[in-house]
Structure formats: structure tokens, C-alpha cells
Design a protein around this ligand. Structure first.
Ligand SMILES: [Zn+2]
Length: 371
């Protein structure tokens, strides 16, 4: 199993300079290979494998652009591999054609690999290739047995730096004795997080809404300033800082909720929401979805349940969870505006609660079918 720990780091001026050129070099190499592959394609030359693309970086680009030799070599290799992953997704029709990374828009980050103790996490610092010791707030450390795999260093829009350390460890949980109970179903809620099959609603804490208003205000102020001016930059940093705070709080909340559910239930049934199903459900603008971090929530649930020897069951996104009567099984078409589910059998239920019960029952059915 894999687990990542993310730490805030505080590089000094010199380290900041090196980080800046590493982010830039990764972007540069990525764009160079992208241009090369596109030109090759036009000329009828075969697509370079990730190994050949990496070889080209080492044998050709590094000679032409000596500054590439000054940054972490794994960072460049990983940038090349990331581009190739993008191509593979494109070839399998799972993604669009890879795009050039623009200087100001691209995410500032790179990943480096662990070999021979080149990455070390200590109480007050993290040691990274080329950078040596960087001051860090290490709020927790991985158990000794875990194997360090890689580190991803990133800079947020507000200027802060982070280092995410990826670990791998052995874990073979025994499935619990009575693996089917207790079971819970979760229905995705666009204006909250989920509604569950016990009538509870997991939602957005008040803090989140308050900060969102603050963020909107900061972004409105930004619009009134001239792009590129000092005041603009200042305001942008301010907005980015609020944004980061919200994102961190949100993530904390998702962690707490997913841990609580993983502790309480043996089986958790959810809808396997993909973007297509989302837009079908009328959440097409993506904003609510994004704010929610529902995908992140499901990822957390999945690994936390697996860690405990429990199960996450994904129900088909086309399963009509909101149309079935969870009491009698009849089918009714509901419009998005209908908040209450009424059935001829006498059932009157909250729409989301009904859907969550259906998701739970369908998940259980699937599990029994597999057993
Ligand atoms: Zn009914």
C-alpha cells in the first residue's frame, strides 16, 4: 500500500532559486519533448517511448541547454514520464492531447525518486537531492518499516512550498468475520457532501461557507486592479492564501469524515460517479463538484477501508438510485427539483435518503453476487 505525508517546507533564498529553476527546467523539458513528438508524428516518425524520450533529454537536450545539468535529474525524467502518461491516456481515449505548459499557468512542482538515502525526513528538516537540508515543519513521521519511494515538491499560488513524501508499506488486513455488516450507502450531494442511508447528511461546515464569501470578495477586489501591478500581485497572493486555507480545512474535514465512516462500517456503498454521470445529474458546471472534493473523499474512503480489511463498493453510475422506491421497489421518474420521494405504497421520504438506501441495497446485492 502507498501513503503520502505532506509537509510545509521553508527554503532559504538559495534553495528557492534552485527550486525555481527546477520547476522551470521540468516545464522546459516537458514542452521540448511534446514539440518533438508532435513534429515526429507529422514527419511520420514513430512515437518515442518514455525511455527513448528520456535518452533524448540526456544525450541531446542537456548538451544544448547546459542549465538542465544543474537540476535534479530525476525531476526531469519524471517530467518526461508524466508527459508519456498523458500520451498513453490520449491513445486510450481517456484524455485529451497533452498541452504545452505555460510559464505562469503551469503548476509549479516536480517529483524526485529515492535512491541511496538521498531523501531524508528529520524532525526539523527534509533533505532533498541537490537542495540539501530544507527547514520543514514535520508534524508526523512515518513508521520505520515504511519504504520511502519519492518526494514531490510544489509551490502554491500564494508562494508557500510543500514537500509530499510517498511511502510504500506491507499491509495484509484479514477480512473481518462478518464482512457485510454494518453497511451504509452514501448518495452524492452537490450542495453538501453526501446523504447516507441512515438519514444523516455530511455537509459543508459553516467555516467553509464563511471563507468562501471572503474569497469571493478578495477575487472581486482583484478584478478592479491592473494586471501586473504591485497591488494586483499583492491582492492575488491574498486571494491565493484564503484559497489554500479553505482547501486545507476542507481536506481536514474530508479526512475526519472518511476516518469516522471507515471506523464504523464494514461495507460502504457509493455511486461510481464519473464526470459523465455528474453532468447527467445536472451538476454540469463542475463548481459544486470541485468545491466538494467528493472524488478526494472517495479516494480517502477507499484506502482507509482497505487498510482496515473493509470494503468500498461502487455502484454503476447509471443505476437509477433516485428513482426506485426503497420501500416497495416501484420506479418513479423524479425531476431534479423534487426533494421528496412519494410512492403509491405510502412511502414519503427525503429524496437523497431514498437514493442512499437504494445505493446501499444495490451494493450489497453486488457483493453477494460476487461471493
Ligand atoms: Zn413504494
Amino acid at each position: 500500500m502507498n501513503r503520502a505525508y505532506k509537509y510545509r517546507i521553508y527554503p532559504n533564498k538559495e534553495q528557492e532559486q534552485l527550486l525555481f529553476s527546477t520547476f522551470g527546467s521540468c516545464r522546459f523539458v516537458y514542452n521540448q519533448i511534446l514539440a518533438l513528438q508532435a513534429a515526429n508524428y507529422k514527419a511520420g516518425i514513430k512515437h518515442l517511448s518514455r525511455f527513448d524520450a528520456n535518452k533524448y533529454v540526456n544525450n541531446t537536450l542537456k548538451k544544448e541547454y547546459p542549465f538542465l545539468k544543474e537540476v535534479d535529474k530525476f525531476a526531469l525524467t519524471n517530467a518526461v514520464y508524466a508527459l508519456e502518461n498523458g500520451y498513453q491516456k490520449f491513445f486510450k481515449k481517456q484524455g485529451g492531447y497533452p498541452r504545452f505548459k505555460k510559464k505562469h499557468r503551469a503548476k509549479r512542482s516536480y517529483t524526485t525518486n529515492f535512491t541511496n538515502g538521498n531523501i531524508v525526513v528529520e524532525e526539523t528538516y527534509i533533505k532533498l537531492p541537490k537542495l540539501k537540508k530544507i527547514k520543514a515543519s514535520v508534524h508526523r513521521r512515518a513508521p520505520e518499516k515504511w519504504k520511502l519511494k519519492s518526494a514531490t515538491i510544489s509551490q502554491e499560488r500564494d508562494g508557500s512550498y510543500y514537500c509530499s513524501i510517498l511511502y510504500e508499506f506491507e499491509h495484509n488486513p484479514a477480512l473481518s468475520e462478518e464482512p457485510l455488516f454494518p453497511t451504509i450507502g452514501l448518495d452524492y450531494k452537490s450542495d453538501g457532501l453526501y446523504a447516507d442511508s441512515e438519514g444523516n447528511i455530511g455537509g459543508s461546515p459553516k467555516y467553509y461557507r464563511k471563507q468562501s464569501a471572503k474569497l469571493a470578495k478578495a477575487q472581486r477586489k482583484l478584478k478592479g486592479k491592473t494586471a501586473g501591478s504591485n497591488n494586483y500581485d499583492k491582492q492575488q497572493k491574498k486571494a491565493a492564501k484564503i484559497h489554500r486555507k479553505i482547501a486545507n480545512r476542507r481536506k481536514d474535514y474530508l479526512h475526519k469524515e472518511s476516518t469516522r465512516i471507515a471506523n464504523c462500517y464494514s461495507v460502504v456503498c457509493v455511486e461510481d460517479l464519473n464526470m459523465r454521470a455528474m453532468s447527467n445529474k445536472g451538476f454540469g458546471n463542475g463548481k459544486a463538484t470541485l468545491d466538494n472534493g467528493y472524488g478526494m473523499f472517495l479516494t480517502m474512503l477507499e484506502y482507509k477501508l482497505a487498510y482496515r480489511g473493509k470494503r468500498l463498493v461502487k455502484v454503476d453510475p447509471w443505476f437509477p438510485s433516485s428513482q426506485i422506491c426503497s420501500c416497495c421497489g416501484a420506479l418513479h421518474k423524479l425531476s431534479l427539483a423534487d426533494r421528496i420521494y412519494r410512492c403509491g405504497c405510502g412511502a414519503v421520504m427525503d429524496r437523497d435518503y431514498n437514493a442512499a438506501v437504494n445505493i446501499r441495497d444495490e451494493g450489497l446485492r453486488l457483493l453477494k453476487e460476487c461471493a
